[in-house]
Design a protein around this ligand. Sequence first.
Ligand code: NAD
Ligand code: LMR
Length: 329
Amino acid sequence: MTRTPVNVTVTGAAGQIGYALLFRIASGHLLGADVPVKLRLLEIPQGMKAAEGTAMELDDCAFPLLQGIDIFDDPNKGFEGANVALLVGARPRTKGMERGDLLSANGGIFKPQGKAINDHAADDIKVLVVGNPANTNALIAQAAAPDVPAERFTAMTRLDHNRAISQLAARTGAAVSDIKRLTIWGNHSATQYPDIFHAEIAGKNAAEVVNDQAWLADTFIPTVAKRGAAIIEARGASSAASAANAAIDHVHTWVNGTAEGDWTSMGIPSDGSYGVPEGLISSFPVTCKDGKYEIVQGLDINEFSRARIDASVQELAEERDAVRDLGLI
Ligand code: NAD
Ligand code: LMR
């Protein structure tokens, strides 16, 4: 049986994340090794030529699953019939900026894109916002798409999740694959909270294995939360291949599910769980099944975690108020 191709729209296709992302989508890593895809690349007029070059390279790979590439500079066309949309195109921060500094620069991009998704995407559209500040950009896009169920708009904290797993594995000598149930709470920013109190390392509680509160507070959390800045400092440009990898992981897990006994972290519209005000796009522990996610319920949140979750959520509320004042939501 031939499967109908899935339409995947990627914005910022000519950027550095786009370059690391598109080849993996076309080779089946986003959705599955048996799922054909059609790519719809969305750029601004100045990015069109470079996007055409990338499309030529995609052609030259002769990917069996890639059934077409179209390039647009009009969001209404770029999102037409999209089943999956990866909103990457935005201005990255440079040295010395916080992600929040990008609010007004990038906010204007996500409102028209949200409207175009509302008006033109397929009924089953799933949206991942990568462009920073990712959570609040997702909120802007979601607010501009009243006909799309709000839960289809998500923001990427999977890179933070993967960074936290990697740091924990390095500290404990565990294999990455032995680490489960790690959670990123809150905003994809320096206030995010990587939580190991419910995480497991080869079946044992991670906080007990680590047993070092000072390392947790003074090394682990800041290393994960400030990793984006450390990469900008070292590379002179923001993370690209690891960000693309996390985008692939995010959508793959959303579509194909979490493993039994594990969960992942996604920025999603809050339903009020864990005291996060309804509607804010905040990172939570989620399980995925049959193309849907659910917040993991019933976790005990200790005082240490509560203070950090609250601080990050407070920042999200402030970002929401700022974009409201700018007329973006
Ligand atoms: P880049 O500058 O290399 O590429 C951005 C591309 O987006 C450019 O080609 C530009 O022409 C295009 N673009 C700009 N406005 C557009 C619009 N309105 N429509 C379509 N395309 C548009 O940047 P990059 O390194 O690829 O990063 C992209 C974004 O991802 C940045 O905001 C960056 O901060 C963010 N990011 C997020 C995470 C995360 O974990 N959430 C990780 C890394 C980077
Ligand atoms: C990252 O976490 O690497 C990205 O969000 C880029 C940035 O600005 O930190």
